[in-house]
Design a protein around this ligand. Structure first.
Ligand code: OXD
Ligand code: MN
Length: 626
């Protein structure tokens, strides 16, 4: 760890920024340039050591940002309660400042990069007064992997530093790789809450009025101001690993996708790897960690949120998980839905915006522990909600914020695949696209070919969730589950997917599938049991890869032939309902959808490849003749 104060560093060669643990001029010059703008009281170069982590956590406990959780239940774990105005990604205040509006495309908020930088420079100027500037070198992906990429985040949030420590390979070793490469994604983050001399700090500093999450794709820069929460602030995640990386991937022939990666081993069979794209809060973490309900099948986790995929010399598509931890949604995580996640939360966790049992409650056994909706049937009592206020079970507000999170090292999950950090990546045999749709979309549909699969990915839609600020439960089109995460024009993004389909032989391309776990009956109950039963769909997918399961042709694509999806052990009535409602295509209702799908593709702008409209025409014809 190396911290210097402004006074000390003023007396030194300015380019060395105090006790910098690097001699890389590009790094030093960049940090120095920003030190001058941000005007922190001190600069701290993060080394990523456990001592540094502990010290920052202790400092945050002293400052009231962190509450230490009962070490008997979760050793070395902490709770943070955010400012209630800073609880989710803010898509309205997120910008892709590409050179032209057209390059950002119709699905992104665009700003002129020069103007945006000018405005933000004014905000960043002096923004770290009274605070420490942390320099956080990090690697996305296993250190040294040819698929990995490097970045440095400047931040004034120790909460962000410790989360980055869990979520990325952070510190001295990443810095060594950056020195060797001379290249890194430049990430600047400030809470936008400078402190005047003697001014007392607050537990969760932020600046919601001036919040701005800006991406400059041409120069591979991220400037984030005013928020300390999740994807707004942990810049390795959505900002780098999806928005900036999607641009790098387009330029360099690879893919950066909002996908989990799992390994599945059939009984006595060969392990296969599947990637799956779902919008935020549609069960990616649960699926990546599932405990299959069908005997003999084993699922292991490689990643739960992001996949970077590149073709190997053998023509196969290989994926790495660029992250090193899970930043999972806590509410709903339970022994029933995700026992592996609960086991991963043994210790070394950061909980944000969950409920907690009060400290030192007299004679109360579970004092100082965390809780969220569904963790247990009966909430513990007494309980404090995510505002830190006394909560009663008859309250009309949830105890944990719906976007409350846990941050935990991925290696702690008992289901982690032993090869999850293999620098080569894992070979992907199938890719699934899934949304949260109460109607119409069948349980599983196999695409006829790559181009048809790209069409299915492009017309994906889903109900909105609490992961982003704004209305919840509204259906929106979310192509490839990347709507909030594409760093460039969506039409070009779809064209890139089509090009990827020409990068290898058709037999070596992953098979593409469309899934939906979220169909509801007339009483608004989910029909499909989900969770461990999703393994039944995974089994069918694997059997399609192996060529052993039957499919039936429908206008939408290939659905499981009667009895080819393993429904054994599910009660007869539900089996019938699944077969009748979830494994069929209703041509009439889909014919009604056609104009909406056409309008959607048109709204994606004039860079959408013609082939997508051809696919829509073919679907229309197939529906008419069905
Ligand atoms: C996430 C998200 O945090 O998608 O993973 O919002
Ligand atoms: Mn996500």
């Amino acid at each position: 760890m190396a911290t210097t104060t402004a006074q000390e560093s003023d007396t030194e060669d300015p380019i060395t920024t105090g006790a910098a643990p690097t001699s890389s001029r590009v790094v030093l010059e960049w940090v120095e340039q920003w030190r001058n703008i941000l005007q922190p009281d001190a600069v701290h170069w993060c080394d990523g050591s456990p001592q540094e982590y502990d010290q920052l956590c202790n400092e945050m406990v002293a400052a009231g940002t962190f509450l230490r959780i009962n070490p008997d239940n979760h050793p070395n774990s902490f709770l943070a309660l955010s400012d209630p105005r800073d609880v989710a990604r803010v898509e309205e205040q997120t910008f892709i400042a590409a050179a032209t509006r057209e390059d950002a495309g119709p699905t992104n908020n665009w700003r002129d990069p020069t103007e945006l930088k000018e405005k933000l420079l004014a905000d960043f100027s002096g923004a770290m007064k009274g605070r420490t500037l942390y320099v956080v070198p990090f690697c996305m992906g296993p250190l040294g992997s040819h698929i990995s990429q490097y970045g440095i985040q400047l931040t004034d949030s120790p909460y962000v530093v410790v989360n980055m420590d869990i979520m990325t390979r952070m510190g001295q070793s990443a810095l060594k790789h950056i020195e060797a490469k001379g290249q890194f994604v430049r990430c600047v983050h400030s809470l936008g809450y400078p402190l005047a001399a003697g001014e007392a700090d607050v537990a969760w500093p932020c600046n919601p009025d001036k919040r701005c999450i800006a991406h400059f794709p041409e120069t591979r820069e991220i400037w984030s101001f005013g928020s300390g929460y999740g994807g707004n602030a942990l810049l390795g995640k959505k900002c780098f690993a999806l928005r900036i990386a999607s641009v790098m991937a387009r330029d360099d022939g690879w893919m950066a996708e909002h996908m989990l990666i799992l390994g599945v081993t059939p009984p006595n069979g060969e392990k296969k790897y599947i990637a799956a794209a779902f919008p935020s809060q549609c069960g990616k973490t649960n699926m990546a960690m599932m405990v299959p309900s069908i005997p003999g099948w084993k699922v292991e986790t490689v990643g739960d949120d992001i996949a970077w995929m590149r073709f190997g010399d053998d023509g196969q598509l290989y994926a790495i998980n660029p992250e090193a931890g899970f930043f999972g949604v806590a509410p709903g995580t339970s022994d029933k839905t995700n026992p592996n996640a609960l086991k991963a939360l043994v210790g070394n966790c950061i909980f944000t915006n969950v409920a907690h049992t009060p400290p030192n409650a007299n004679g109360f056994v579970g004092a100082d522990d965390v809780w969220w909706e569904d963790l247990s049937e009966t909430p513990p009592s007494p309980l404090m909600d995510w505002h830190g206020q006394n909560w009663q079970p008859d309250s009309d507000r949830p105890a944990a914020h719906p976007n409350a999170r846990f941050t935990v090292p991925a290696a702690q999950a008992p289901c982690i695949a032993p090869e999850w950090e293999d620098p080569k990546g894992v070979p992907i045999s199938a890719i699934m696209f899934g949304g949260r749709r109460a109607d119409a979309v069948p349980l599983v549909t196999e695409a006829r070919d790559w181009e048809h699969g790209v069409f299915l990915g492009a017309i994906m839609s889903s109900e909105t969730t609490a992961a982003a600020a704004g209305a919840v439960g509204k259906i929106r089109f979310d192509p490839f589950a990347m709507l909030p995460f594409m760093g460039y024009n969506v039409g070009d993004y779809i064209a890139h997917w089509l090009e990827i389909g020409n990068s290898t032989s058709p037999e070596q391309l992953p098979k593409l599938f469309w899934v939906n776990w979220f169909r509801r009956d007339s009483d608004n109950h989910f029909i499909w049991p989900g969770f461990g039963d999703n393994a039944r769909v995974v089994k069918w997918v694997v059997e399609r890869i192996q060529g052993t399961a039957e499919a039936m042709d429908t206008p939408l694509g290939l659905l499981p032939a009667p009895d080819s999806l393993d429904l054994s052990g599910i009660d007869a009535e539900l089996r019938e309902q699944i077969q009748a409602e979830l494994l069929t295509c209703d041509p009439d209702s889909w014919s009604e959808e056609i104009p909406r799908l056409k309008q959607h593709l048109e709204q994606l702008g004039n860079r959408v490849p013609r082939k997508l409209f051809d696919q829509l025409d073919s679907l229309k014809r197939r529906l008419e003749t069905a």
